[in-house]
Design a protein around this ligand. Structure first.
Ligand code: GDP
Ligand code: MG
Length: 398
């Protein structure tokens, strides 16, 4: 059986920790979207590791880690992370980001105000659409310099637009790319051969599905498709014999701007986020916190054909007296199903919180069980793992 893990909220559901554990049951871990705009935290022997671009199975020596087609790669960033991991492979179809893209991302965000991570992902996507970029394969072709000139053309137009007096020479670009590609040359492979082997595969989504380019809370979204159907296009794996697992936090958080219907009031979000160390793993920005939104969760479960759920951070809720779950949105007493509407009135379900947390499921308080069982029942999706802390072993198997 192949597995796929999809974050069903706005990211930071704890995918890194769970993938690290689930990779015990797979031979290949495939990261198929995003770039170094993601940030996954994995604690190993009490040491915190933040992974931005590599698949979260990298600590398992017997597991192959593959960066698949639709990942966007800033090689400089990869080299910072790759160190001595031998089990990493990179698809030859991956498109390359330049540090200049990060700078342009920053310039655009000053105007468009999406609150991006300034990783240049939107810029490389734009360059891809207008055909002013290149992938790894191109670097080894004889007409590469011609492609590079188109990149330069793009950058120069942007610099003129922003009145920036910067001139980049084609040789500077070429030298930089040749130098960085040298370090990863041996890791480049043809994705197709590996993906269609008989090995057990694990597909790792890099962001949350509420940030999906099409299905998310547009325009405050990422530039990749996170929904599971994109696995087929992004990895060349025909979707067969695959189990889709969804991961959620026991509440909601969001970094950056955009729709967040269940957000706590300012004082509460600051308190809750500080006490639970809810800082973006990538940007270190304080995450905004709020209640779990069942209405959008139901939609994301359906869209992604999720058969089981994993819930993390049940320990974070001990700081609250009561917990609310948003059931549906209401405007003028009418139920609304679209999470992109302006919502004035919502239906919440109220729970009392719990004080302590134990690794043995049955030792936990009644309210802990009620919360878990209610989510299972209302989503009609069994919860198979409950995470109660940041460390590897703080997991409950239900
Ligand atoms: P990802 O992007 O989905 O991989 O999640 P991040 O790593 O960005 O953010 C999740 C944060 O929550 C990290 O700091 C994890 O160490 C932490 N974490 C994961 N699971 C749990 C949990 O069950 N309880 C607590 N308290 N922290 C957790
Ligand atoms: Mg994250």
């Amino acid at each position: 059986m192949n597995l796929s893990l999809i974050g069903l909220q706005w990211g930071d559901e704890g995918k890194g920790k769970i993938i690290d554990f689930l990779s015990n049951f797979s031979n290949i871990i495939i990261r198929y979207n995003g770039g170094h705009n993601a940030g996954h935290t994995i604690y190993k022997n009490n040491k915190k590791n933040i992974i931005k671009i590599l698949p979260s199975g990298l600590f398992k020596k017997y597991c192959l880690c593959l960066l698949s087609d639709n990942v966007f790669l800033l090689i400089e960033n990869l080299l910072k992370e790759i160190k001595n991991f031998k089990n990493i492979f990179i698809s030859k179809n991956i498109f390359i980001i330049n540090l200049i893209d990060e700078f342009i991302d920053y310039l655009f965000d000053k105007i468009i105000k999406i609150g991006t991570t300034f990783s240049g992902i939107s810029i490389i996507n734009f360059r891809k659409v207008i055909k002013c970029c290149f992938n790894i394969r191109d670097i080894f072709k004889f007409n590469f310099i011609k492609k590079l000139k188109k990149n330069l053309f793009f950058y120069n137009i942007i610099f003129i637009f922003f009145k920036i007096k910067l001139k980049i020479s084609i040789f500077f670009l070429l030298k930089k790319i040749k130098k960085s590609i040298f370090f990863i040359k041996k890791k480049i492979i043809n994705n197709c051969l590996l993906i269609n082997s008989n090995s057990k595969k694990f597909f790792e989504s890099s962001q949350g599905v509420m940030l999906d380019f099409n299905k998310g809370t547009f325009p405050f979204v990422t530039n990749s498709n996170i929904v599971n159907k994109s696995i087929y296009i992004d990895t060349n794996f025909y979707l067969k014999n695959i189990k889709y697992i969804g991961i959620i936090k026991a509440f909601s958080t969001r970094v950056g701007n955009g729709f967040f219907n269940t957000k706590f009031k300012k004082k509460k979000t600051d308190f809750f986020s500080y006490i639970n160390k809810e800082f973006g793993s990538n940007t270190l920005r304080l995450r905004k916190s709020g209640w779990l939104d069942i209405n959008s969760l139901l939609e994301m479960i359906k869209i992604n054909n999720i058969s089981n759920l994993i819930i993390t951070k049940m320990d974070s809720l001990i700081y609250l007296k009561y917990i609310k779950l948003l059931i549906n949105y209401k405007i003028n007493n009418k139920k609304m199903f679209d999470y992109q509407n302006n919502i004035f009135n919502n239906n919440y379900f109220l729970f009392n919180s719990w004080k302590n947390i134990y690794n043995n499921y049955y030792e936990n308080e009644k309210n802990f069980h009620l919360y878990i069982r209610f989510i299972e029942k209302i989503t009609n999706t069994p919860i198979i793992i409950i995470s109660i802390g940041k460390n590897e072993k703080e997991l409950i198997f239900v």
